[in-house]
Design a protein around this ligand. Structure first.
Ligand code: GDP
Ligand code: MG
Length: 303
């Protein structure tokens, strides 16, 4: 079971240059031998303010896809991450009706705003993936196979859902098993070691990689705990607080995906995954642009 944030590009961008696949993201070269002070202030530093102004006006995009069998807690987790109803809840299913469903992929767009910054969030829900296979609580070969393919086109962030349903020992054991399976099967997940830019990146990312997959709890219900409203799950033995690090690792996941790595997730998707995909499509096509596919989105934009 896993969830993977995804950034995808649909536009058929063309260029004569076919980039080498899977290269490091382009980083600006360090200036050498130019003393700008000598010539007086130019104003290069204003670029940051210009970027800020533009982003404040237009907002920024973020696409996230959640994958896993239905009932796993995917919609709840995305709602918990963005503290709003950004993903639909699974329709109530009953055991009698467990007919294998067609994998239906649905993208739902939202604009959420915080501190004047607009985020155009697209949640791609894949309800029912893996429903046909009934093998509770283990990393199924289907997941591994799927992840192998997916890791070549998007950033994968494996997550253990409903961590409150496991004992501490089970959680530790499951975490180790998932990590081992990923390693044995050569599945690379985000943040990929090969894209660490420097020692600072490496130190920070090593810490994250070591604690993955995050074992999380999701909820869209609020409770009063010590005079504070918190998101949590009420159980007969107390309230499991979603953002309390002694209860689960949701806060680690949230900080990582939203507060520290959101921009990098987008950059790796754009510079590595999308460029690799584009190069492949160009090569497959003998340099011709990919055929345009009629999608729901195209229809909508044509209205
Ligand atoms: P989805 O089909 O994967 O989108 O799953 P949902 O988010 O709709 O959740 C399915 C059920 O699991 C709902 O009844 C949720 O309240 C419950 N659920 C979601 N997250 C958790 C969790 O972290 N722990 C527990 N115990 N239940 C959860
Ligand atoms: Mg759902």
């Amino acid at each position: 079971m896993f969830k993977g944030p995804v950034e995808s590009k649909n536009e058929a961008a063309m260029s004569e240059l076919v980039p080498e696949p899977r290269q490091k993201p382009v980083v600006p070269m360090k200036p050498t031998g130019i003393n700008t002070n000598l010539l007086g202030y130019i104003g290069i530093d204003t670029i940051i303010e210009q970027m800020r102004k533009k982003t404040m006006k237009t907002g920024f995009d973020f696409n996230i896809m959640v994958v896993g069998q239905s009932g796993l807690g995917k919609s709840t987790l995305v709602n918990t991450l963005f503290k709003s109803q950004v993903s639909r809840k699974s329709s109530s299913w009953n055991r009698e009706e467990k007919i294998p469903k067609t994998v239906e992929i649905k993208a739902i767009g939202h604009v959420i705003e915080e501190g004047g910054v607009k985020m155009k969030l697209t949640v791609i829900d894949t309800p029912g993936f893996g429903d046909q296979i009934n093998n509770e609580n283990c990393l199924r070969p289907l997941d591994l196979e799927f992840m192998k393919h997916l890791s070549k086109v998007v950033n994968i962030i494996p997550v253990i859902a409903k961590a409150d349903t496991m004992t501490l020992e089970e959680k530790t054991e499951f975490k180790q098993r998932v990590r081992k399976e990923l390693e044995v099967n050569g599945i690379e997940f985000y943040p990929q070691k090969e894209f660490d830019e420097d020692l600072e990146d490496k130190t920070e990312n090593d810490k994250i990689r070591e604690s993955m997959p995050f074992a999380v709890v999701g909820s869209d219900k609020e409770y009063q705990v010590n005079g504070k409203r918190v998101l949590g799950r009420k159980t007969p033995w107390g309230i499991i607080e979603v953002e309390n690090l002694t209860h689960c690792e949701f806060a680690l996941l949230r900080d990582f995906v939203i507060r520290t790595h959101l921009q990098d997730l987008k950059e790796v998707t754009h510079n590595i995954h999308y460029e690799t995909y584009r190069a492949k499509r160009l090569n497959d096509n003998g340099g011709l642009p990919p055929m345009t596919v009629e999608t729901e989105e195209n229809h909508e934009s044509n209205l």
